[in-house]
Design a protein around this ligand. Sequence first.
Ligand code: ADP
Ligand code: MG
Ligand code: ZN
Length: 630
Amino acid sequence: MTFSKRIAGVLAILGAIVLSGCVGSGNAISISLGEAINLSQSNSFSKVAIDTGSGTMSMTVEAQTPIPITDSNGTAATASNGSVLTANIDSLNMADLKSLGFVFPVNTSTNAAASNLTSLLIYLGIPALFILMFIFFARRQAAGGDVAGFGRSGAKLLSPDRPKVTFADVAGVEEAKQDLQEVVEFLKDRAKFQAIGATIPKGVLLVGPPGTGKTLLARALAGEAGVPFFSISGSEFVELFVGVGAARVRSLFSEAKKMAPCIIFIDELDAVGRQRAGNIPGSHEEREQTLNQILVEMDGFDPNIGVIVLAATNRVDVLDQALLRPGRFDRRVTLDRPDTNGRIAILKIHSKGKALAKDVDLELIVKQTHGFSGADLAELMNEAAILAVRRNKKIIGMEELADSIDRVLAGPERKSLAIRPRDKELTAYHEAGHALVARNLPNIDPVLKISIVARGSMGGYTRFLEEDRYFITESQFRSTLATFMAGHAAEQMIFNEVSTGPHGDIKQATDIARKMITEYSMSDKLGFRTYGQTTVQGYLGIGPPETKDYSEDTARQIDDEVRVILENAHDTARKILSENRPRLDHLAGILLTKETLEGPELEKAFTEPITEKPAANPADSTGPTGQSQS
Ligand code: ADP
Ligand code: MG
Ligand code: ZN
């Protein structure tokens, strides 16, 4: 009795020590980052700990009298001396937080986990240190002490993760989740499958463009099934000594087998699993050994023991065929960029824990994010939250979301950049040209926003309200090409010369025109066939990207035909612009003063009667340009 009581007492004291190291006394109150910044500016914190792992920051309040605060749900609360507040900081680091205006006290630490450990060591004293060291060495010994323990991820590799994410945290990839549901069932209850003799795939390959949630889905699968998750990434092997990668793969599989049912995840499989091209001597021995070891391990186990190997890649086309053979990664699950509904669902997932204004219309937002991946959408939400903080708001509004779309697309605004008036004017005409031609063509999505504020490497942009489409018709392609050419046509028409600005437009247009002929048979001259076969690029991208399966003569015909298509598109653009010259001047003029046009203002600029003289006159250097610059 007394003995167990004593143990309980010791445990309680230990617990208290650990707790005081973590969060201080009492329950932590969660507050918004904006609130945290405000409080920090009045020096209300004695101590701040940033945990980059969980993306949270905890702050210990120092106050003579209790201070009123608003918690993250918007309800009023009070914080007294010693209370601990936490705020969600996502992926922000200390420097980011400083630039948002957070004032750090002297006692600031940046990884709560590390700081807990230190304080724990101080409390428990030096003997504990020895015990910990002993445990550490014993563990290393247990790991076999072979090369697998070498390098940064040796430890991570041998101790699996238990992901907390589940399928509910992954949205917009319903088919992939359905495909994997069977694997979840299997991991949960193998007996059921074995009873009827059903075989389960050994290897499942997750295929999809970057940021579509492959890694997330793999972790969610483990979380959903409640099994351990062993992971390595192909890119980790690239810089290792020969033999280390293979040894790691070996110990990974042997550890995993001991912990079945479990999942082995090989991320970025293409980094090791590229086709063995054999044309670059020496450079890929390590890769090849690692790849061979993966193949050996995959062949050498029976999936019925409950180990499923998942791998992810965005370049399935470059994978060594040996990996895709039956009994290896023979099951493929494809993840695509999400459609409109998927994007709404993803935004909803990432808005959890963030306060959104009541008028936020996610539907309207996602219509502007055509082609965004899950990762882009996560970034969008995060950017919006940061913008809201920066604007001293407590909730995220429509403006923050809309502005973040631009940031995600093109990088932050470079308002401070000194742009010469003439360049600005050129940009205004260029973008007005795109918008006006699009407006006057059938088949083109409505113009949503025009901006001549420089962002990232772009001088300006015109954005369209894009719809999800399954097919694109030839006339849609032709209208699109004319829209692309319109920037160039406008510059030529107004300034009698062309800048480097339309370079990107023309490159994209050329790619489309070439595809129309070589892939979609949209040219009468070249008939119904495809031209060129895309093959595997050599290792490190060296080697021909495409084999020509047509004659030189045909190549010339294709070039001619591309030129004709582009010239027609340019003619269409020029015709529309010269027929609507007053409107073009009008639009450019408004852009020069307002810089950004959207919504009703944009509609008005397109439709209002033009009565006065053209708003902008490029020949006159004292035009509106001069004033809009500072
Ligand atoms: P990939 O491995 O395909 O490149 P990740 O899984 O690393 O992509 O995705 C990066 C981040 O983007 C995820 O951690 C998550 O926050 C977000 N994300 C991507 N796809 C989705 C999705 N389908 N649903 C929710 N979040 C997503
Ligand atoms: Mg990934
Ligand atoms: Zn352009």
